[in-house]
Write a protein that binds this ligand. Structure first.
Ligand code: CP
Length: 360
C-alpha cells in the first residue's frame, strides 16, 4: 500500500496514483507509471498542436487559473507552466515562498496548500520531498469527497524530491519525437545521478514504456533503482565507458548530479564527492566526444547545466538543450489542456485547421 504522512497521520494515497486512462477521466499527473503508451502519444499530439498555437495562443481556458507552486527553486518549470496557461487563455498565480505566505505565521504547508487549492483550477507543484504533490492531490480529493469543494482540481507533479519529474520527460520526448519522428526503437544514453536525479527516473521509466533502449553507465556508487531496472528488462544496456554508448546512440541525455540531495551524513557526502570527481574526470562531454556520435544524433540536458558538457559543445548543432526549453511550453500546454478535460487537437480540428502533426 502507498502511504504518506499527512497532518501527522499515515494516509493511503494510492487513489491519487491511478492510471490516466482517457480524456474523460481527468486525473492527477504524479508519475510516468500512470501513463499508458497511447496516453503518452496523446500528450505528444497535444504538444504538436501547442507548437502550432505557441505564438498566438487559443482561448480554451478563459477564466481558469493555474498555481505553479515551487517549493524548490525553478526557472524553467515555473515559467513554462505559467506561459503555457496564459497561451491557453487562462491565468497563472504566483507563490512568493513561505516567507510571503501565512506559512510565516506557522501555518502548516498542508493547510497552506489546501487554501491555495481552493483558489485555482489546476495546480502544478514542486516539493523537496518525494510524493509531495501527492499530499496536495490527496488533500484536494478528500475536500471534494467531503463536499467542502465542488470540483476536481488536477495536481501536476513539477518535480518531487529525488523521485520523478514526469512533465520534464514528456517535454523532452516531444523534442526527441520532433527530431526523429518516432520514439520506438530509439537508443538513448542516459547519464546522470541514477539514485538522486528525478528527471532521469521519469525518463528511464518512459524509455521502458515507449519501447526504447537505455544505455547507462552504472558504478558501485551510482546504481539505477531496482524497480526501474526491472521495468527496463532487456532494454537496459550497461556499458563500461561512455564512448561505447556514444558511438551507438541516437540521443545522449546528460543530467545533473544534484548537490541539493548531497545529504548531511558522512557516507552520503563521500558518495557525492566520488560522483562529482567521476563525472569531471570520466564523463564530461566535449565537442570531440560529441563528434563520435552518429550523424543524425542529438545531445540533450534538462538544465540547469553543470559541468556535464564542456562549453565548446553549446554551439554544436547536435545540442538540443535550448530546443528542449522552447518545446517545454507547448508540451506543458498539452499537459494542462488534457488534465483540464479539453484538447487543442480537437479545437483545431473543429476549426478545420490542420497543424503539422505527424502523430495524426
Ligand atoms: N529542468 C528544470 O526542471 O528546470 P528548473 O529547475 O529551472 O525548473
Amino acid at each position: 500500500m502507498s502511504e504518506i504522512l499527512l497532518n501527522d497521520k499515515r494516509v493511503d494515497y494510492s487513489s491519487v496514483l491511478l492510471p490516466i486512462e482517457n480524456n474523460e477521466q481527468i486525473r492527477h499527473l504524479l508519475s510516468i507509471d500512470q501513463i499508458s503508451v497511447d496516453g503518452f502519444y496523446r500528450y505528444l499530439r497535444e504538444a504538436y498542436a501547442g507548437t502550432h498555437l505557441q505564438q498566438d495562443g487559443i482561448d480554451l481556458l478563459r477564466r481558469k487559473r493555474l498555481m505553479p507552486l515551487m517549493r524548490q527553486p525553478s526557472t524553467r518549470t515555473s515559467g513554462s507552466f505559467a506561459q503555457a496557461m496564459i497561451k491557453l487563455g487562462g491565468a497563472s498565480g504566483h507563490y512568493g515562498g513561505s516567507e510571503a505566505s501565512s506559512e510565516a505565521k506557522e501555518e502548516t504547508r498542508y493547510d497552506s496548500e489546501e487554501a491555495l487549492g481552493v483558489q485555482v483550477d489546476i495546480y502544478a507543484v514542486r516539493t523537496e520531498e518525494e510524493m509531495g504533490p501527492a499530499f496536495a492531490a490527496k488533500t484536494f480529493d478528500d475536500d471534494l469527497a467531503r463536499g467542502d469543494r465542488d470540483y476536481f482540481v488536477p495536481v501536476i507533479n513539477a518535480g518531487d524530491g529525488t523521485n520523478e519529474h514526469p512533465t520534464q520527460t514528456i517535454g523532452d520526448f516531444y523534442t526527441i519525437h520532433r527530431h526523429f519522428g518516432q520514439l520506438e526503437g530509439l537508443k538513448v544514453a542516459v547519464i546522470g545521478d541514477y539514485e538522486k536525479y528525478r528527471a532521469h527516473h521519469s525518463t528511464l521509466k518512459a524509455i521502458a514504456k515507449m519501447g526504447m533502449k537505455a544505455y547507462v553507465l552504472e558504478t558501485k556508487f551510482n546504481k539505477i533503482p531496482e524497480d526501474i531496472k526491472l521495468s527496463l528488462g532487456d532494454n537496459l544496456i550497461n556499458v563500461k565507458n561512455l564512448d561505447d554508448a556514444l558511438v551507438e546512440v541516437d540521443v545522449l541525455d546528460m543530467g545533473r548530479f544534484p548537490k541539493e540531495y548531497k545529504g548531511s551524513d558522512k557516507n552520503a557526502q563521500k558518495r557525492y564527492e566520488k560522483m562529482a570527481k567521476y563525472y569531471r574526470e570520466k564523463l564530461m562531454v566535449d565537442k570531440k566526444r560529441l563528434k563520435i556520435m552518429p550523424k543524425d544524433s542529438i545531445a540533450m540536458h534538462p538544465r540547469p547545466k553543470g559541468p556535464e558538457y564542456a562549453l565548446d559543445c553549446y554551439d554544436d548543432s547536435r545540442m538540443k538543450d535550448v530546443r528542449q526549453m522552447y518545446d517545454m511550453v507547448p508540451a506543458r500546454m498539452g499537459i494542462i489542456i488534457l488534465h483540464m478535460g479539453k484538447s487543442m487537437v480537437e479545437a483545431l480540428e473543429d476549426q478545420g485547421i490542420s497543424c503539422n502533426n505527424p502523430l495524426k
